[in-house]
Design a binder for this molecule. Structure first.
Ligand code: NG6
Ligand code: CA
Length: 520
């Protein structure tokens, strides 16, 4: 804020009288969890009512080639906040709930860059980038937490809803913790008296049964990954998680309405375990997964209403996207697979694969931008937009110098939100243990590592009729997305020059840094 005031004074403005139009735009990033390209009405969903997201799209620009950087959460969010592709670094895969922080304090990050420009920077929701620098003591202030890497405010869950500890952490402190009932967390072994959730008797008592993993700690009647004990008064309520995050997001907006702010609403509704609030239950024929998308839409509506209430709609760039593609059975028996089949709902739209996958469904996600008077409204754009460029682009929009983010992977692509052509020539997509490249109409996928092939086969559970091609992962693939959006016809034999061109770019990118140790 101080720097912003100074800049305003140098520019001849009077800080106290700053009209919203004179100040740099607020930026609100609404990042869904595991919501696919095809899950919103404006992207073609027929059985999920999403009026708020659809309205946002109608008031702004809806991109059909919007990308997150990775088909799972941790690497995707790492890239979003640092502007560096996660596959360049070891230790950026899906993290347990007791992992140490993988973004080193002092590194340039998107929030730190905006905070330096005087923005209030808040993260509310799912973190999943680790906390602390050694084994976390949940009963003291956790350091580093998001506040040490650029957020001026944080209200988060440490990892995911299916990982312990199931508590909120606000500015580094566990919320509602009773010091007489300290929290202990273990990802190695259960605590004495933990029930065995693999036994039929204990399974029968669960509120939602597990299908894979998720049979360690019992919290609120649901099995989780990892064990915890203590902290009873701090345990969250799964049904109202989304509402709690929304309330905190709205409170952040209200508190900072008179200064520029960046809000990263890291939604969690659609991630397992999907336990929607009863108010959203039954809103779709898809069971908890569809209802969770409705819940997300409802929370988006509330956040947008909060902006409007304070007269901030005009001077706020709202970006809506997702951290990775969709998944149906992600470890709990919530009927998603059967109900989606029955209703004919395609969560990744026309694209193949989903979460974990190297195919388009893994990383091509919703991408909507609204900034009245700047972003063309009611437009559908085919320009390529990637979350890898958010750090550079938002810094530029905030009036800063994006050069920290331009050294390796980021591009200053902010004009794409104003209707200009994208600066991005190609995107690199990351699946489980694999990277691929899309340039223009073409998508090139190299042979997968052994680990990557294994992950591929796991995907088979979900879409047997589409995933059964035996070549998957075991040979190079090239797809012409203009004719074959679903990546079904490998045309590498017919187009060796195209394949060679893309292979060369991808190899050059790998040569710039691949699986290097994290900066420590
Ligand atoms: C997987 C979990 C899945 C989910 C995912 C992370 C099992 C069997 N599967 O390992 O349930 O938690 O990790 O999702 O445990 S993400 O969106 O945060 O990347
Ligand atoms: Ca996710």
């Amino acid at each position: 804020m101080r720097l912003f005031c100074l800049l305003m004074m140098l520019a001849g403005g009077t800080v106290g009288a700053a009209e919203p139009a004179q100040r740099p735009p607020n930026i609100v990033l609404l990042l869904a969890d595991d919501i696919g390209w095809g899950d919103f009405g404006c992207y073609g969903a027929k059985v999920i009512p999403t009026p708020a997201v659809d309205r946002l799209a109608a008031q702004g620009t809806r991109f059909t080639s919007g990308y997150c950087t990775s088909a799972t959460c941790t690497p995707s969010r790492y890239s979003l906040l640092t502007g560096e592709y996660a596959w360049r670094r070891q230790g950026t895969g899906i993290l347990p709930g007791d992992a140490t922080m993988i973004i080193k304090p002092g590194r340039p990050t998107l929030p730190a860059s905006l905070a330096k420009l005087g923005y209030a920077t808040g993260v509310v929701g799912k973190w999943h980038l680790g906390l602390g620098s050694r084994e976390v003591n949940w009963n003291q202030r956790i350091n580093p937490c998001p506040n040490e890497v650029g957020f001026t405010y944080s209200f988060i869950m440490a990892a995911t809803g299916d990982r312990v500890p199931c508590v909120f952490v606000e500015d580094g402190n566990v919320v509602n913790l009773d010091p007489k009932d300290p929290i202990e967390v273990s990802y190695v072994k259960p605590f004495p008296h933990d029930p065995d959730l693999k036994s039929p008797e204990e399974r029968a008592k669960l509120k939602m049964d597990w299908s894979m993993g998720h049979n360690m700690a019992l919290v609120n009647g649901v099995g989780r990954i990892g064990w915890m004990r203590g902290g009873k008064s701090a345990i969250w309520n799964d049904e109202t998680l989304g509402e709690t995050f929304t309330d905190k997001a709205c409170a952040f907006i209200a508190k900072h309405k008179d200064e520029p702010f960046f809000l990263y609403y890291a939604a969690h509704e659609n991630h397992v375990p999907r336990v929607p609030n009863p108010i959203h239950r039954g809103k779709t024929p898809l069971g908890p997964r569809g209802d969770a998308v409705v819940a997300f839409d409802d929370h988006v509506d509330k956040i947008l209403a909060e902006l409007a209430k304070h007269g901030l709609t005009e001077n706020t760039l709202v970006i809506l996207s997702s951290d990775n593609g969709p998944v149906l059975d992600d470890g709990y028996r919530d009927q998603a697979l059967a109900l989606n089949r029955k209703a004919g709902h395609l969560p990744a739209g026309p694209y193949r694969g989903g979460k974990y996958s190297i195919y388009e469904g893994g990383t091509r996600v919703s991408m909507i931008a609204r900034w009245p008077g700047h972003t063309p409204d009611g437009v559908v754009s085919t320009e390529v937009v990637s979350q890898i460029d958010f750090a550079a682009s938002f810094t530029k929009l905030a009036g800063g110098d994006p050069s920290d983010f331009l050294k390796l992977d980021g591009l200053e692509n902010s004009q794409v939100f104003r209707g200009a052509k994208s600066q991005r020539d190609y995107v690199i997509e990351q699946g489980q243990n694999q990277i691929a490249i899309r340039q223009g109409d073409w998508k090139y996928i190299p042979v997968a590592s052994k680990k990557g092939q294994k992950a591929w086969r796991a995907g088979e559970l979900e879409e047997p009729e589409r995933e059964r091609e035996v070549i998957d992962g075991q040979m190079e693939q090239l797809y012409d997305l203009s004719k074959d959006a679903g990546e079904k016809h490998n045309v590498i034999a017919e187009n060796p020059e195209v394949a060679q061109k893309l292979r060369t770019i991808l190899e050059a990118e790998r040569a710039k840094g691949f699986a290097q140790p994290l900066p420590r």
